[in-house]
Design a protein around this ligand. Structure first.
Ligand SMILES: NC(=O)C1=CN([C@@H]2O[C@H](COP(=O)(O)OP(=O)(O)OC[C@H]3O[C@@H](n4cnc5c(N)ncnc54)[C@H](O)[C@@H]3O)[C@@H](O)[C@H]2O)C=CC1
Ligand SMILES: NCC(=O)COP(=O)(O)O
Length: 326
């Protein structure tokens, strides 16, 4: 359920309340049960294993209580709350890696609060990758909604560092993982990718920056030689327009906000953050802890509902691809 002082507990509870309407599979909320009690009056079942969670799911929200995270005020993060969020993440990864659970849906954490307790990863993606034995650069963040999928090629780094961190190797490696993920998890047989330029007008033939000529174009050429359908570098200002974005299965963007700002404009209420390149299925609602509204009943459970539903579809697609042919 992420940080107990954020909106994670309430959106998990409200997703459970909407389980029938959205056909959600059984899930268990992991963390401090007091965080649920503080924001929700509905039925809760305290469980200790996944079988119990599945058994109780129809009648109550199953909660796997890990620890008491101390006095709790929604909107006010504490070190004990961040510790509980980290333990919940570790527990969820463990349950999914051992296949007790088919997928991991992470709740929103405060990176600032986590760093305050000594966490050194930029986000949850890199931590999950490490626990799965995958290099952080091979765990690829994708934001997916019904109308758009985007991939930030660089993620949680200062904007000033983007030009030096955006390399041809990075683009090629991430594009390959995206193409594989689209085939495996989204049944896209021949993925069509677009790669945005870094500079205005994709560099205007070098007059507004040369990263497109030096870095992006050679990477696109290499990917095309490997047989991938890839266009780029494309001007990012028009790429998200209807009619252009629809020509692609995923848009790969040099930096975080270039990808996420248009994505959230379209999918604030049903956007999913997921990680490609992992041996497990991992999704997450595409929003943060929203401390400014936590505990007030204003948090939209839509992204969490979408994240649970998408995790179930991805897990089913992987299961099917492993099933022996008839
Ligand atoms: N997956 C994750 O764990 C993520 C964590 N974060 C972390 O969350 C913390 C806060 O980040 P912010 O940039 O403020 O983003 P945020 O998503 O928490 O909040 C941005 C704005 O969106 C609103 N909002 C967010 N979720 C909402 C929901 N479900 N319903 C209605 N309104 C909602 C908030 O009230 C706020 O006005 C940071 O520490 C950040 O690192 C941010 C994004 C994702
Ligand atoms: N902006 C997306 C985000 O912050 C999610 O990061 P992560 O915790 O899933 O790595």
């Amino acid at each position: 359920m992420g940080d107990p002082a954020g909106v994670g507990p309430e959106v998990a509870a409200r997703a459970w309340a909407a389980r029938r309407e959205h056909g959600l599979p059984p899930f268990v909320a992991i963390g401090d049960i007091a965080a649920i009690d503080a924001v929700w009056d509905g039925p809760v079942a305290r469980v200790g294993d996944m079988e119990e969670a599945v058994r109780t799911f129809a009648e109550a929200l199953p909660v796997w209580h890990l620890e008491d995270s101390g006095p709790l005020t929604p909107g006010e993060p504490t070190p004990a709350g961040a510790t509980c969020a980290l333990h919940a993440l570790e527990t969820g990864i463990g349950l999914t890696r051992t296949q007790a659970s088919a997928a991991l849906v992470t709740g929103p954490v405060s990176k600032h609060a986590l760093q305050g307790i000594g966490y050194t990863h930029p986000g949850q993606t890199e931590f999950i990758a490490e626990r799965c034995g995958v290099a952080a650069t091979n765990a690829v963040m994708m934001l997916a909604g019904p109308a758009l999928r985007v991939v930030p090629l660089t993620v949680h780094i200062p904007l000033a560092e983007v030009p030096e961190r955006l390399t041809g190797e990075l683009i090629v490696a991430k594009a390959r993982i995206v193409a594989r993920g689209l085939r495996r998890d989204f049944a896209v047989a021949a993925p069509r990718l677009a790669i945005a330029g870094l500079n205005p007008h994709a560099g205007e033939s070098g007059r507004l920056g040369d990263e497109e000529i030096r870095i992006v174009a050679p990477a696109v050429e290499q990917l095309a030689e490997e047989g991938l359908v890839v266009d780029g570098p494309l001007a990012a200002d028009a790429l998200f327009a209807p009619g252009i974005r629809d020509q692609y299965d995923a848009l790969l963007c040099p930096y975080h906000d270039q990808a996420l700002a248009p994505f959230k404009a379209l999918h604030f209420h049903d956007g999913v953050n997921l990680t490609l390149g992992l041996p497990i299925v991992r999704t997450s609602p595409d929003h943060g802890t929203a401390f400014n509204i936590a505990g007030r009943g204003r948090a939209d459970p839509g992204p969490t509902i979408a994240a649970i539903a998408m995790a179930a579809r991805m897990a089913a697609a992987r299961e099917q691809s492993c099933a022996p042919a008839k």
